[in-house]
Design a protein around this ligand. Structure first.
Ligand code: ADP
Ligand code: MG
Ligand code: ZN
Length: 733
């Protein structure tokens, strides 16, 4: 059975091997056993039930907590050619019935349902008429009160299982590993002596870093400038903080969005979608953002504030790098963060015991921010993983080779200034005095007469404040817990003032990323975005970053080579293959690279035995690769050949040939669409465009008879020039 599963994995998903845990889980499920899969975020849980769904007869019912999650997964399944759909509150009653009817006819391998639906007895009754052989509960921790996202409606799943005429194999998946939650899931779902598979919690592709010293805003600026093309999330503790960071970045021209519970539904959904679709690359958000995102190419997660506990931290940071590519997680700690979290705990109506528990977790979180040990080890220890090695060489503590510098003298100057100012001012004012500024308040207080006035005048105000913040983090200076914190010295500072101890600071070395040529990767990304926009799906559903980066490393030049890239399955090859190939070929040519001869080159068109054709020339099997592939197709078409003939002659799929024709048309070559689209179809399409507009293809396709394909839609759009928006984008490709 697992061999069959592997074939499915390659054929549809384009992956050549299962990941840790996936194989065990899939084996158990295909043997008909109830299964509980516990894998970290990004571990690949979806495939664990999607692959068995294809091997089982009937329909697999998937319970998934959020509309956006469902849509995402269904989009992904459809793009690889697996029939799936969802039922949730975004649909009208009529649509629900239609989808259920099709499901009954066995048209879908997977049916995603929102848990709220199951609360309705009527709906459960309807489900009885389907052949449900497998049930998958995604994000299964939602069923447990002990989990962090308890959803009462998840409790109805058990009712459904009982009521179904034939009990399906029941499977559940979560990233939450605590013992209490695991047991609760098994109990609440009444799993039948389940196979429990727990994989390691390490996310090797994530690097972890804590910064306690740096000015947060300047860190953001520097990091975001250095990582211009990357998508990432910035988590902040409060709405106000989110607004502030958002404004700050927005003003500086970053493509940034915001998300918190204080915004309206529409605004939040809009921001989330813009992020999923790569329209904005940075999301500034509170912890309200995230449960619903499966975006696989999040390259960094920056915590602008320390979160309340390690569970939240690892879950939020874990949203980086789901695709397995190297990604970075930063935590920017400042002592005020503790105050915020304490305040938030005090705001709740928890029992004293629960509060004490929360404070304990908060302390563990603070320890993470201060530990000199390996951060990864700290995390994995926290989650109870055994035999974790002492160093990982991929966290800021393991990698901190920065020199230790003796900053005792500067520290003494700062401490004595605070003392002279009688410990009743904040850090800013102390810095002004040390800098020797002529600011009105300094003069009013006659601080210019202090012996410490101007002692650090060779530094900038910012440098002085930053240094003081380090001294705060290291426990030399205490900031009072108020809106305008006042700086006071701790006993630790007094010892330094007496020259009885030194202050050492490990300088954080600058991070340097290896410079790689990313021209092709970026070109592939632009193409991916265009395709995604036209199909109205998120870019990572077209291909994940890993696939694009493999393409840019291996430079596949024909379909066979492309198929060997991880993430390229048969359907995606048909749909997108030729488009990606032409971008890669163009790059190879521009760079004057000499790739190894490829199978297609041997077969036909890539052999360069003639000189560069002038403009559009007659298409023959001996064309050189100097003429873009789509124009070769176009030439043959202009010679009067049918699309089928061209496909045969050029050894391409019909979809690729269609893609070539559309592309040529978008590039301004005249195409005789009347030879390709019947007048009846054209009329129908035009009527639909009148109602729905030509911006998005999917709604048009859905509104028209099945026999009208995307090709005809795009043809009519091209012919009548509705596609200005599309063509502008296309021309540049
Ligand atoms: P989870 O639900 O566990 O957080 P997903 O199911 O969303 O994770 O998978 C995360 C990413 O890993 C997806 O982009 C998925 O395509 C990819 N993936 C899953 N299994 C494999 C595999 N065997 N080989 C390569 N990539 C995989
Ligand atoms: Mg998942
Ligand atoms: Zn480490």
């Amino acid at each position: 059975m697992i061999d069959k599963a592997r074939v499915v994995l390659k054929k549809y998903y384009g992956y050549s091997s299962f990941r840790e845990g996936q194989e065990k889980i899939i084996t158990a499920i295909t043997q008909g056993r109830d299964t509980l899969g516990i894998m970290p975020t990004g571990g690949g849980k979806s495939i664990c039930f999607q692959v068995p769904a294809l091997l089982y007869s009937g329909t697999t019912l998937v319970i998934s907590p959020l509309i956006s999650l469902m849509k995402d997964q269904v989009d992904s399944l459809n793009t690889v050619g697996i029939p799936a759909t969802f039922i949730n509150s975004s649909l009208s009653a009529k649509e629900v019935h239609e989808r259920l009817r099709s499901a009954k006819e066995g048209q879908y391998k997977l049916l995603y349902v929102a848990p709220e639906r199951l609360e309705s007895e009527h709906f459960r009754e309807l489900l009885k008429s389907l052949t449900i052989s497998l049930l998958a509960v995604d994000e299964a921790h939602c069923i447990s009160q002990w989990g962090h996202d308890f959803r009462p409606s998840y409790r109805s799943i058990a009712k459904l299982i009982q009521e179904l005429p034939k009990r399906p194999v029941v499977t559940a998946f979560t990233a939450t590993a605590t013992e209490a939650v695991t047991q609760d899931i098994a109990k609440q779902l009444a799993l039948n002596s389940p196979t429990v598979v727990v994989t390691g919690f390490d996310r090797k592709n994530l690097s972890f870093a804590v910064s306690r010293s740096e000015d947060k805003r300047s860190f953001l600026l520097r990091y975001l400038k250095q990582n211009k093309e990357q998508a990432g999330i910035i988590y902040a503790a409060t709405r106000k903080e989110v607004e502030g960071i958002y404004e700050y970045l927005h003003k500086r021209g970053f493509a940034v969005g915001k998300y918190h519970a204080g915004l309206g539904d529409a605004e939040r959904t809009g921001a989330q979608e813009a992020f999923l679709y790569d329209d904005i690359r940075i999301m500034v958000a509170t912890n309200a953002f995230g449960m619903g995102i499966d975006k696989s190419n999040v390259r960094f997660v920056i915590h602008y504030n320390m979160p309340k506990n390690m569970e939240s931290y690892y879950q939020e940071a874990g949203r980086a790098g789901r695709d397995g590519e190297d990604s970075e997680c930063f935590l920017l700690f400042s002592p005020q963060d503790i105050q915020i979290q304490k305040f938030l705990i005090e705001q709740t109506h928890m029992s004293p015991e629960r509060k004490a528990q929360e404070y304990k977790k908060l302390q563990m979180m603070m320890d993470y921010c201060h530990t000199p040990r390996c951060l990864r080890k700290y995390i994995l220890d926290y989650f109870g993983e055994e035999n974790v090695s002492e160093t990982c060489n991929n966290c800021s503590n393991c990698n901190n080779t920065g020199e230790l510098r003796d900053i005792t003298q500067i520290a003494q100057k700062i401490f004595s200034c605070i003392m002279r100012m009688r410990e009743v001012f904040g850090l800013t004012m102390v810095a002004e005095v040390l800098k020797g500024s002529n600011n009105k308040k300094v003069l009013q207080n006659r601080f210019h007469t202090l012996s410490t006035y101007g002692l650090l005048k060779e530094y900038t105000l910012k440098e002085i404040t930053e240094l003081m913040k380090v001294l705060v983090a290291e426990g030399y200076i205490h900031l009072t817990e108020s809106q305008y914190p006042v700086a006071k010295l701790t006993p630790k500072a007094v010892v330094v003032l007496k020259n009885e101890a030194k202050v050492l600071r490990k300088m954080e070395p600058a991070r340097h990323k290896a410079e790689e040529d990313s021209t092709l990767f970026e070109a592939l990304r632009r193409l991916r975005k265009e395709i995604a926009q036209q199909a109205n799906i998120p870019p990572y559903v077209v291909f994940p970053d890993t696939t694009l980066s493999e393409m840019s490393k291996h430079l596949p030049l024909d379909e066979e080579a492309l198929l060997s890239i991880s993430g390229v399955g048969e359907v995606k090859l048909q749909k997108y293959g030729s488009l990606f190939l032409s971008v890669i070929r163009k790059y190879v040519e521009e760079q004057g690279l000499q790739p190894l001869p490829t199978s297609e080159a041997k077969k036909s068109s890539l052999q360069t035995d003639s000189k560069k054709p002038e403009g559009i020339v007659k298409g023959t099997a001996k064309e050189t690769d100097k003429t873009p592939s789509h124009l070769l197709t176009y030439n043959l078409f202009q010679q009067g050949k049918s699309l089928e003939e061209i496909a045969r002659e050029r050894d391409l799929t019909i979809i690729t040939v269609q893609e070539h024709i559309v592309r040529s048309c978008l590039e301004g070559y005249r195409v005789d669409w009347d030879a390709l689209i019947s007048p009846e179809h054209e009329q129908l399409i035009l009527a639909a465009i009148k109602r729905l507009g030509a911006d998005k293809l999917k709604p048009l396709k859905e509104a028209l008879p099945d026999e009208i394909d995307y090709f005809a839609l795009r043809g009519v759009i091209c012919k009548h020039n509705f596609g200005d928006r599309i063509s502008n984008r296309k021309v540049r490709a």
